[in-house]
Design a binder for this molecule. Structure first.
Ligand SMILES: NC(=O)C1=CN([C@@H]2O[C@H](COP(=O)(O)OP(=O)(O)OC[C@H]3O[C@@H](n4cnc5c(N)ncnc54)[C@H](OP(=O)(O)O)[C@@H]3O)[C@@H](O)[C@H]2O)C=CC1
Ligand SMILES: O=C(O)C1=N[C@H](C(=O)O)C[C@H](O)C1
Length: 233
């Protein structure tokens, strides 16, 4: 498979290693905002760029009829517009806030736990996400995905980064040098605490999931998620 990497930073480089190991070719690498590029000789594009760049990269793929996988976070205010454009252009698109198999299992655990806790308002819920100091967005995309599921079954109105907003689900975002990604959900009452936690040890799991999604999506049309790829949820 011929893969175009839209974004060649920490994730782009890790994806390249995994893709080459799985016998794919990298036929395009876009390294920075100022790079002009043509979408030629590509079966699928994988976008791990920046919050400001993702929408333009994805749109360009739709315009050139190239299937596109996006793991870039921090642009989700435009997600509905991108989905509408994909349908209008009869394109192929898959976004995941987190491509790792472990986190996608963790998403299912989070969903199950939130349903179990639905009628137990004596538990206060909070979340923590920890990432490296180069991360541009907060909270993480993964934390937002977890929070949106919890909100369906809880007393909270929305998620917030502000600990003073007691009616909202607080996400504590910490930035610590080199941390690849840690997410924790905590249910706390006066008598006990229930916690679930996922810790990434490196970026390989994210990159492998993105390559598996790219392999899966070629030849398909529409808007997909990792639930479709992994057949879970
Ligand atoms: N969904 C998932 O599983 C995961 C998602 N992510 C997300 O992926 C994104 C990238 O992460 P990461 O690789 O760590 O970040 P990096 O900053 O290491 O890499 C991003 C790269 O994209 C480049 N870039 C800037 N503008 C463009 C553009 N217009 N087109 C293509 N590339 C561009 C940047 O260049 P420059 O430095 O010059 O700006 C940089 O080299 C982030 O949003 C992150 O949150 C990360 C890990 C897993
Ligand atoms: O920026 C990162 O590094 C990561 N970003 C994603 C997110 O925002 O959830 C996924 C992963 O946690 C690493």
């Amino acid at each position: 498979m011929k893969i175009g990497l839209l974004g060649y930073g920490k994730m782009g480089k890790t994806i390249e290693q995994i893709a080459l190991h799985r016998q794919h070719d990298i036929t395009l690498k876009v390294e920075k905002d100022t790079d002009s590029y043509a979408l030629e000789n590509i079966d699928v594009a994988i976008d791990f760029s920046t919050p400001d760049a993702a929408v333009a990269n994805i749109t360009k793929c739709f315009n050139h009829n190239i299937p596109v996988i996006s793991g870039t976070t921090g642009w989700l205010d435009h997600y509905d517009d991108v989905v509408a454009l994909c349908k209008e252009k009869n394109g192929t698109f898959l976004y995941a806030s987190n491509f790792s198999l472990g986190v996608n299992i963790f998403f299912e655990l989070n969903k199950t736990l939130s349903k179990l806790m639905k009628n137990l308002p004596e538990y206060d819920i909070s979340m923590e996400e920890i990432h490296h100091t180069e991360k541009l967005d907060a909270p993480s995309g993964t934390a937002i995905t977890l929070a949106e599921e919890i909100l369906k079954n809880s007393k909270y109105g929305s998620w917030t980064l502000d600990a003073a907003k007691l009616n909202d689900l607080h996400i504590h975002s910490k930035r610590i040098d080199k941390v690849p990604g840690t997410h924790q959900v905590v249910y706390n009452s006066s008598v006990d605490t229930i916690e679930i936690k996922h810790t990434a040890h490196n970026r390989d799991g994210f990159a492998l999931g993105a390559v598996i999604a790219a392999e899966w999506i070629v030849g398909k049309k529409g808007v997909f998620s990792m639930k479709d790829v992994l057949n879970i949820g």
